[in-house]
Ligand binder design. Structure first.
Ligand code: SF4
Ligand code: SF4
Length: 373
């Protein structure tokens, strides 16, 4: 049975050891970084840089603790993410959100290059065939996957599997474009964006959220440039009148996340990835969206494990036991004590991700919690 180490978010004594950074430090000591990483080894600390308005990301102070734990054993860490908007702009976003060399104590780099298409094709599975894994993540020998656990309009739940799948894969590949990247998970077929003019309220949020300026309006008609579109689905997600559709199959999407995660993991030797899930600032939506709504449940704590399936199952179980917060989207949706909050927010069969990941051999849903407290 896989061990999942846990530190609560509660802090009831006035000393550093009781703080969340202090507890993370103890967790990393307890798990023993030298069991996974070696002196002089380059280690990617994978996180999500967020967006200009989505400030509820993993805080730089926690990334710094991970970097310090790696440096303590002589490893050579760097902090990284794949390109979500234009690369130069994304580095500015990271800096604006407090993630830079000075704050985290290690270089901050883009995993798939400034243009977001430096990636290598890796065997994924029956659904995706192959997928474009970011070159840095493909080549680095070891990785700490830091995942901000939260809701997600498409995936329902977003944690380590999604961080590996969407975050370890490029939006686009140098030769085969979006069809080899994240877009292959988000949409099916040719992924043609369909606009329903009758429903459209001309709010222009789709145009404004598009990272590639692939949407414009001419005489109040939407013009979509399918040649440059990454099929990231962000425009569809922000459209509140449901005027935009990218063809999709939600079950396929969940299973393809597990496939892509397996492809990313397959580029590492066994035992060279450590997972840290932050059950903090659990907002309804992804860190890439233009805003971050208030959390739908209280901060719960930090989990660490070498088993991605176990840590995801443990995280989901903790979220299931949490209470919905007042004055949040959970409250607006009428969710009550005992409800599955994330399912109530987005209506997605999110557990499919972890079931499929176990079926593909990524780990075990059976786990034992080892608590610091
Ligand atoms: S977000 Fe939706 S409603 Fe707003 S302009 Fe775009 S298609 Fe129309
Ligand atoms: S899916 Fe929408 S938001 Fe994403 S790149 Fe294409 S047009 Fe832009």
């Amino acid at each position: 049975m896989a061990k999942v180490f846990f530190a609560s978010a509660r802090s009831q004594k006035w000393k550093y050891e009781e703080s969340m950074p202090g507890r993370l430090e103890q967790l990393l000591t307890q798990i023993g970084m030298m069991n996974y990483f070696s002196p002089d080894e380059w280690v990617a600390v994978k996180t999500h840089f967020g967006s200009d308005g989505a400030h509820r990301i993993i805080r730089p102070t926690f990334l710094r603790k991970v970097v310090e734990a790696l440096r303590k054993i002589g490893a050579k860490p760097f902090v990284t993410d794949t390109v979500r908007i234009k690369g130069l702009d994304y580095l500015d976003v990271a800096n604006g959100n407090g993630i830079n060399h000075l704050s985290v104590g290690a270089p901050v780099i883009l995993a798939d290059g400034l243009y977001g298409r430096d990636s290598l094709m890796v065997k994924a599975g029956d659904i995706l065939g192959e997928i474009a894994v970011a070159s840095v993540i493909h080549d680095v020998p070891a990785m700490v996957v830091c995942s901000h656990v939260k809701g997600h309009i498409n995936a329902g739940y977003a944690g380590a599997i999604k961080n590996l799948a969407m975050g370890g894969v490029s939006a686009s590949h140098r030769t085969c474009g979006w069809k080899c990247g994240r877009g292959a998970m988000h949409t099916i077929g040719e992924g043609e964006l369909v606009w329903d003019a009758d429903k459209c309220e001309l709010c222009y949020q789709c145009r404004d959220v598009c990272p590639l300026d692939a949407i414009s309006f001419e005489e109040e008609k939407l013009v979509w440039n399918g040649d440059i579109c990454w099929r990231c689905g962000r425009c569809e997600r922000v459209c509140q009148s449901e005027s935009l559709t990218l063809p999709a199959d939600i079950g396929r999407f969940m299973r393809s996340l597990a496939e892509a995660a397996r492809a990313v993991v397959s580029t590492f030797e066994p035992g060279k990835i450590l997972y840290i899930n932050f059950l903090t600032e659990i907002q309804p939506e992804c860190d890439c969206m233009p805003t971050a709504d208030v959390p739908v449940m209280q901060d719960l704590g930090i989990l660490v494990s070498e088993d991605v399936v176990a840590i995801e199952q443990a995280s989901m179980d903790m979220l299931l036991a949490a209470s919905p917060l007042p004055a949040s989207l959970a409250h607006d949706k009428g969710l009550k004590e005992g409800d599955d909050i994330l399912a109530g927010l987005h209506g997605r069969p999110y557990r499919l991700q972890v079931e499929e990941a176990e079926r593909l051999g990524l780990g075990s849903r059976g786990y034992e919690i080892v608590s610091l407290d």
